[in-house]
Design a protein around this ligand. Structure first.
Ligand code: NAD
Ligand code: UDP
Length: 319
């Protein structure tokens, strides 16, 4: 009989996954981190490699996987528009085939499984802020569809495995999350702006910068994922996890300029296709059901993130 909880984290060498693996190890779990290193790196988990409870496995979740665990966090999927649009067919495969493979594994093991879904299931929302019962406004044939529809189909699969096979599932709808270990070249707004500011290069504002996002610090998000996974059955979600404080992209640029003391100018660029105009989670459900709300203010989180990129850039390490 195996006493220690064994947890599989797919996408565990990525930005959020690496913090999740770290926290699970701290809690005394054994962690199997599965990743194909498309956007994640060994560097993100190098501090865990010597821990006997940690195992790193190169594997692509679009292929079946056979191992023994008690819980599964399914995070494998490129998350930034630049990366998920780089190979859109692979993105859909990762979301859909990846979900099928992870759900199949969970079914065989009778393991609980959590899906890292996204606010993108709401598309360019015409309900604001977004509640979990909103069905979304997604362009099914646009350039973001490989990600948005892939994640929507993954949610469908999770709920069908739950209804049909009585699988214990959790679905987290994650809103924009930031922190150390974001990929410096992944094109997401927080990492882009910090890298540009530290290099005194122009800050690239897409559109007029009036579009809004709500930014959650990664430590808060990991608390939410763990709270959701460990909530007793019967429970499924979906649950929004994000920071409800909304900022325009121009506000964000200004904050990063102030905190870095950068001399960067602002450079306006065309707004990408289907770029949502506003996004803000309604987190009443997470507050009520798992007693979760984020604690880290944007300024505090940026102060904890900027030094990571500063070190990375000064090391000149291969990115
Ligand atoms: P990330 O790109 O840093 O991490 C994703 C990880 O998945 C990477 O390590 C990557 O190499 C791995 N991966 C990709 N395809 C794979 C495959 N086929 N097989 C195995 N591994 C694969 O992104 P992140 O920000 O850490 O996002 C983690 C999860 O959270 C993703 O599922 C993403 O959709 C979701 N999410 C993130 C955010 C956010 O703001 N960061 C928002 C909403 C949802
Ligand atoms: N954005 C920007 N400049 C950049 C990168 C992004 O103005 O260099 C904008 C982007 O158009 C979007 C917002 O910032 O409106 C958030 O973009 P991101 O790619 O981080 O995530 P999204 O929420 O769009 O998935």
């Amino acid at each position: 009989m195996h006493e220690t909880k064994r947890v599989l984290v797919s996408g565990g060498a990525g930005f959020i996954g690496s913090f999740l693996c770290e926290r699970l190890i701290e809690q005394g779990c054994e962690v199997i981190c599965v990743d194909n290193f498309f956007t994640g790196t060994r560097r993100n988990v190098r501090h865990l490699l010597d821990d006997y409870r940690f195992e790193l496995m190169r594997h692509d979740v679009t292929f079946p996987l056979y191992l023994e665990v008690d819980q599964i966090f399914n995070l494998a999927c490129p998350a930034s528009p630049v990366h998920y649009q780089h190979d859109p067919v692979q993105t859909t495969k990762t979301s859909v085939h990846g979900a099928i493979n992870m759900l199949g594994l969970a079914k065989r093991l009778r393991a609980r499984i959590l899906q890292a879904s996204t606010s993108e299931v709401y598309g360019d929302p015409n309900v604001h802020p977004q509640t979990e019962d909103y069905w979304g406004n997604v362009n099914p044939i646009g350039v973001r569809a490989c990600y948005d529809e892939g994640k929507r189909c993954a949610e469908t699969l999770f709920f069908d495995y739950h209804r049909q096979h009585k699988l214990s599932i959790r679905v987290a709808r994650i809103f924009n999350t930031y922190g150390p270990r974001m990929h410096p070249n992944d094109g997401r707004v927080v990492s882009n702006f910090i890298v540009q500011a530290l290099r005194n290069q122009p800050i690239t504002i897409f559109g007029d910068g009036s579009q809004t996002r709500s930014f959650c610090f990664v430590d808060d998000l990991v608390d939410g994922l763990l709270g959701l996974m460990n909530k007793n059955d019967p429970y499924t979600g979906p649950v929004n996890l994000g920071n409800p404080k909304e900022f325009t992209i121009l506000d964000l640029a200004q904050k990063i300029l102030d905190l870095t003391g950068s001399k960067s100018s602002l450079e306006y660029k065309p707004l990408p296709q289907d770029d949502p105009k506003q996004r803000q989670p309604d987190i009443a459900k997470a507050q009520a059901d798992i007693r979760w709300s984020p604690k880290v203010e944007l300024e505090e989180g940026l102060k904890r993130t900027i030094p990571y990129f500063d070190t990375l850039l000064s090391e000149n390490a291969p990115l």
